[in-house]
Design a protein around this ligand. Sequence first.
Ligand code: GCO
Ligand code: MN
Ligand code: MN
Length: 385
Amino acid sequence: MSRFVPKPEDHFTFGLWTVGNRGRDPFGHEVRPAVPPVRLVQLLSEVGAYGVNFHDNDLIPIDATPQERDAIVAEFKQAVNDCNMRVPMVTVNLFSDPVFRDGAFTSNVRSIREYALRKTIESIDLAAELGAEIFVLWGGREGTEVDASKDPRDALKRYRECIDFLCEYVIDHQYPLKFALEAKPNEPRGDLYLPTTGSMLAFIETLAHPDMVGVNPEFAHETMAGLNMYHQVAQALEAGKLFHIDLNDQKIGRFDQDLRFGSESLKGAFFLVKLLEDAGWQGMRHFDAHAYRTEDEEGVKAFAEGCIRNYLILREKVHQFNEDPEIQAILQELRAEGGDEPLVYSADAAAALKDRTFDRVSLGEKAYPYEKLDQLVVELLLGVR
Ligand code: GCO
Ligand code: MN
Ligand code: MN
C-alpha cells in the first residue's frame, strides 16, 4: 500500500471546483453541502496534493466588494501556506453568469467581450499575486446552437483579439505567466469553437504571441470528441505546447463525465501516464474530475485519493513495461528495422529512391507481432506479469 503514497514532487493538483463539486446535474439538485475553500485546501493536503487551482469565482463571489475580495484572498493564502501547498494554476469563470449566455470573448456584444476581458485581467492579477505560473482559458460558452447567429470566422477573430490583448497585459505587467487553452467539443453549448486540442494548436500559431500560449488537453473532452487523448497529448508535447493537463476519465460518446482518473479507460490512462513519465514532463498532474453524485465528504476524499493512487499505480506499471524483457525484446526487434537516420530530401536522395528496386511484395508479407505485444500489455495491466 505504502508504495502509492504521493510526494510533493509528484505535483498532483486539484481544482477547488473538483473536490468542491456539489453533485448538481441537469436533472438534479446539489447533494453535498457547500464546503469553504479553506476546508477544501485542508482536504487536499490530507490526500497528499501538491497544489490547488481555482476559477476566480470558486474563491471570490462575482459580486464581492474589493474589501471582501482582499479578506478572502488573505485567508485563502494563509490556508495554502499553512498546508504547505501551492497555487500553480488559476483560471477564470467565463461561463456561469447569465452575462455569458452567448459567449464571452466571442460574444456578439462588444461590451460583453470587454467585460470578459476585465474579469480575466483581474483574475490574472490574482494569479500573479498567488504565484501561479499557468493561466488556463476554457471557453465554456464560446460556441453556439444557432449557426445563423454568428460566422465562426468572426468568432475566431474576436477570440484571437482577446487572447492577444491578454498576452500584452501579461507582458506589460511582467508577470511570469503563460496561457493554456482548453478545448471541448460541446457542452454546455451545442457546438464549441476550437473543439479539440488539435484545433487549439493550429489557432495558437495565428496569435501575436504564440510562445506565451499552449494547451491544456482534458481526457474527457478529447474522448467526447471520439479522439485518443494519448495521441492528442503526444502532439502537444512534441510541439512544445503541453503547458497543463486535465486528467480525468470518460466513456466515449457521452456527456462530460469528469470521472475519477483511471476509473474507466485503463489502457488509455496507462499510455498517457507512460507518455508524460517517459518524456520527463515537468508540468502539474492536475485532476479535473469530481466524485459520483452518490458520495458524501468521505466519498469525495476516496475519489481524490483514487485519482492519485491510479496515477501512481500506472506509473509503476510504466516502469514495469520499460523493464519487461519480453515486451522490450519485441520493441527492440521493431527498432532494429526502424532506421535511425532521418529521411532528408536532396535531389540525390530523391533520385536514389527512384533508382532503387523495392521488393514491395515481400515487404507486404511481413507480419508484426502486435497481438502478442498488446496481450503482454493487457496482462501487465491486469497484474499477472
Ligand atoms: C469543464 C471544464 C472545466 C475547465 C475549467 C478550467 O468541462 O467543465 O473541464 O472544468 O477545466 O473551467 O478552466
Ligand atoms: Mn471537463
Ligand atoms: Mn477541464
